[in-house]
Every structure is written in structure tokens, then in C-alpha cells.
Write a protein that binds this ligand. Structure first.
Ligand code: PLP
Length: 482
């Protein structure tokens, strides 16, 4: 994708694929978008897709599949036990990661359930570069504590640091000295760190973490859900890896880990997940949970068709043209927003563009969920569905105290090979308008707050009539435009 130079020096991502199947989209008038948002309790997770124009909620299970993936789905072997489809997936994982054991699961969080059930004991800690919502929930539900040991640059919203997902190795050493290695259930490293803007770690940093783990006998668990983006960034940004192939970088990463788990809704472009395990003893400790919670050992709750698609998707993840599409589109979007003065996480990461709601809406206190309010406002203004990644996505602690998130982000995911550049430009245009009218946007309050993972299905309401005032201003500025 990046090898083409343009005559007048412009820079834009050129797709190395063509579109052969399309899905018709619908853009409702703004009054109906307002109604849909309120019907959804101001929570973008609760919108009906028929009301959404550009669905930038997530990349999970919604990346475009290739013709090769669809073709492979036709040869899936349906056997309950011992299917050839499983063997093809297993062989591909061994080829890429070099680990002998694999447990299939129905998606990434099911893998987290098993890993945490086996490794986390009450009062143990799990240091990680940064938490992911479901990863944290599984650690805490088993009595463990999550400690985020990201390097300080990771939490700087605007930065030129190329590896904001790096682990703070000195902090890990200090933790071992303070609590002792026995108190550490495992060390978790997340590729393409989701909640801080899809930011990568470097291979050098991962190797340092691995050396620290080895010194203290700690297990290193890699969450590889967003590995594709991280691979691309290592290849592009880490000078020592410039001459390595993508499969070589993949293996170098895998060599550092004892366990690799992943959401195949992200890695492999299908729907499912799994756990790759180096050690047979560990495999046996985890194995029993698969038939108990997932399905038999050779499908783990996944459909065989999806497993075939994942096998091909993993292979295609080794193709730099394929894995560059997401990061290059995201870079285009982030740089356009940045040029217009819209506060956005820099440098551009993987997964999507991330608006910084703290700077976008400085007048909305964190207790009124600025990122949730901005996501609601953006849907009303444009029909673009984003996702709140801030205080709403946090969980109250055991005493009912609501922790304020380190960052208040609206994530605009760009599922790979799904949107065109003109659709990205439309989203940028409406965000730009919203930024010009930001003082109109107010906060949100809960009307129904679930105890667990509240961001998924909690219902909120606007504080005051700011949504109606936003609609009125839109009509004034855009007249009868959708
Ligand atoms: C880093 C990371 N880990 C784990 C998960 C959970 O995976 P799943 O949604 O397949 O359960 C996700 C999903 O978004 C993720 O991004």
C-alpha cells in the first residue's frame, strides 16, 4: 500500500484490494437520529444498526473478509470431534507462533476467562501495559488486582512517541521487589493497546519484559487480539526490525510469550478466539474448561466455517499490504482531524481514530461522562456510531466508588477494508462541525446502571436540553441536508 508515490506529492492510502460485495447504507434525517439516540438510552451500544450510517463502534467481527476466506468457508469439515478444519487452524497457529498446544474458545473473553480461572488467585496481582475491559473483569472476578504499568508516555494524549504501548520494565522490577514474585499471577502484555488508542509496543520492549519475567520466574501472557496492527507498526517504526519479514516479527514476538490468547473477531478476521500454550502441563490445567464452557476441544464454541476463515485470515495477516490498510486509513483520518485543530490521540495508532473528549469538551466534568456525551452528539450530528472509552467504561469498585478514567476517548474504529476514503472524509467533516459547536454539548447521567460491564447496556439521559439545541444549530447550518 505504501510503495506508490504520487505525481504532485499528495499522500493518501491507496487500497490494494477491490470491493466485490456491498451493503446498502441508510442515513436518517437528524431529527430521527436524535430519536434513535434517545431510544438507545444515549448508549451507542444500544442503537439499532438500521439507524446507523457509518458503524465505527468497533472492528470486532466486522472487518471485511477476503474472497479466499469466503472460499475456505465452503470446505469446512463439520465433524463434532477431530475435524480437519480444526487441524488446519492448529497447524497454522503452530506455524506462526511455534507453540505446541492450542485451546479454541468462542471469543477472546472466553480465553480470558480460562486464563484467569487457572492463574489468578485472591490477592494476586496482574501487571499489564494497560487493561482491556473484559481482561480486567476476569482478573477481578477471580479475586486478583490489575496494575497498569505502562510507560508514562502511554498516557500522554498528544505525543510523538512511536511505542506508547510499551511496558514500564522498571516499574515491574519495583513491583517484584515490593510484593514478591509469588504475588504476581502473570504479566499481561497487550498488542496494539486498545484502550489508549490502539498504540503498539516495540519488540525491544517486549524482549525486556520477557527478560524480567525470566529473572523472576514470571509467566508472560500476550493478548494478541490486535497483533496485526502491532506487527505493522514494529515493521514500520522499529529500526532494528526494518529488515525482518512479518512472519519473522510474529515469531520473535511469540518467542517471548508463555501463553498467547486472542480474539479472532480481530486477529484472523473471523469470529472466535483461542489460547496457544507453550507448556504441556499448563495446557492440561486449562484444557478441562473448554468442554465445560465452550464446546469440544476441536471447535471450542466456534462454527467450523469461521475457523476456516480464521486460518486464512491468519495467513493473510502475514501480508503487509493487508495489515497496512487499517493503520494507513487511520493515519489519514487522524492527520486530517489534527490539521483542523480537533483534539485527537497522536500519533495515529491502530484500530481507529480516538477523539480526546477531555479537550473537546473541557466544560463537561468526568462525572458527566464527556466521552459518552461526545459519542451521542456525534451520532446525532452524523449517523456515525463511535464508542465511549472513558469513565463509563470503568467499573465501580467494591465500595461503589466510581473511578475516573485516565483518558476520556471516543473511539472511531475503522474496521479493515470496510469504509471508503470519502466516508472517512464525511466523518471528519461532521466532527469538525461538532468541534466548532462544542459549547452546545452537555453531559449525561445514568438512568439505569448495571453492576457489571455497565457500558455495554447501561441507559443514560442528557443533562438539560443540549441535544435539541444541537439539532436546531445543525438545521440552521445545513438546512435540509441529511
Ligand atoms: C485487546 C482485547 N482483548 C480481548 C478482547 C475480547 O475479545 P472478544 O470481544 O472476542 O471477547 C478484545 C475485544 O475487543 C480486545 O480488544
Amino acid at each position: 500500500m505504501s510503495k506508490v508515490t504520487f505525481f504532485k506529492g499528495e499522500q493518501f492510502p491507496l487500497e490494494m484490494h477491490k470491493v466485490r460485495i456491498i451493503q446498502k447504507l441508510n442515513l436518517l434525517p437528524i431529527e430521527e437520529r436524535l430519536q434513535a439516540m434517545n431510544d438507545a438510552g444515549c448508549n451507542t451500544f444500544l442503537l439499532q444498526n438500521r439507524d446507523v450510517f457509518l458503524d465505527m463502534l468497533t472492528d470486532s467481527g466486522v472487518n471485511a473478509m477476503s474472497d479466499q476466506q469466503l472460499a475456505a468457508m465452503m470446505i469446512a469439515d463439520d465433524a463434532y470431534a477431530g475435524s480437519a478444519t480444526y487441524t488446519r487452524l492448529y497447524d497454522k497457529l503452530v506455524e506462526l507462533f511455534g507453540m505446541d498446544f492450542f485451546l479454541p474458545t468462542h471469543q477472546g473473553r472466553a480465553a480470558e476467562n480460562i486464563v484467569s480461572k487457572v492463574l489468578v488467585r485472591p490477592h494476586t496481582v496482574v501487571p499489564m501495559n494497560y487493561h482491556f475491559t473484559t481482561s480486567k473483569a476476569h482478573v477481578t472476578v477471580n479475586g486478583g488486582e490489575v496494575l497498569e504499568l505502562i510507560t508514562p508516555e502511554g498516557l500522554e494524549v498528544s505525543s510523538t512517541n512511536q511505542f506508547k504501548g510499551n511496558f514500564d520494565v522498571d516499574a515491574l522490577e519495583a513491583l517484584v521487589a515490593d510484593r514478591g514474585a509469588d504475588a504476581i499471577a502473570f504479566v499481561r502484555m497487550e498488542a496494539g493497546t486498545n484502550l489508549i488508542g490502539g498504540q503498539p509496543f516495540s519488540l525491544a520492549n517486549l524482549r525486556e519484559v520477557k527478560a524480567t519475567c525470566d529473572r523472576h520466574g514470571l509467566l508472560l501472557v500476550l493478548d494478541a487480539s490486535l497483533l496485526a496492527d502491532n506487527l505493522y507498526f514494529i515493521k514500520q517504526r522499529e529500526a532494528d526490525c526494518a529488515d525482518m519479514t512479518i512472519p519473522e516479527i510474529t515469531r520473535a514476538i511469540a518467542d517471548c510469550a508463555d501463553i498467547i490468547y486472542f480474539s479472532a473477531r480481530k486477529l484472523g478476521f473471523g469470529r472466535g478466539g483461542g489460547i496457544c500454550i507453550r507448556d504441556e502441563e499448563m495446557y492440561k490445567r486449562m484444557r478441562g474448561f473448554v468442554p465445560m464452557y465452550e464446546g469440544f476441544l476441536t471447535y471450542g464454541g466456534m462454527s467450523v466455517r469461521e475457523m476456516e476463515a480464521i486460518t486464512v485470515g491468519l495467513d493473510e495477516t502475514m501480508d503487509e499490504d493487508m495489515i497496512s490498510q487499517g493503520p494507513l486509513f487511520i493515519k489519514y483520518m487522524v492527520e486530517d482531524l489534527d490539521r483542523r485543530g480537533v483534539p485527537v490521540i497522536t500519533p495515529a495508532g491502530g484500530l481507529g481514530a480516538h477523539l480526546d473528549a477531555m479537550r473537546f469538551l473541557p466544560h463537561v466534568p468526568q462525572s458527566q461522562y464527556p466521552a459518552g456525551a461526545l459519542a451521542a452528539a456525534l451520532f446525532i450530528a452524523s449517523g456515525v456510531r463511535g464508542m465511549e472509552r472513558g469513565t463509563l467504561s470503568e467499573q465501580r469498585d467494591a465500595d461503589g466508588v466510581e473511578p475516573m478514567a485516565n483518558m476520556e476517548l471516543v473511539r472511531l474504529a475503522l474496521p479493515r477494508r470496510v469504509f471508503t476514503l470519502s466516508q472517512v472524509s464525511y466523518a471528519v467533516d461532521r466532527i469538525d462541525w461538532l468541534f466548532a459547536n462544542r459549547e452546545l454539548i452537555g453531559g449525561l447521567e445514568f438512568v439505569e446502571e448495571p453492576e457489571i460491564l455497565r457500558f455495554f447496556y447501561g441507559r443514560l439521559a442528557p443533562i438539560g436540553d443540549w441535544q435539541e439545541r444541537l439539532v436546531a444549530k445543525f438545521r440552521e447550518d445545513f438546512q435540509d441536508s441529511l
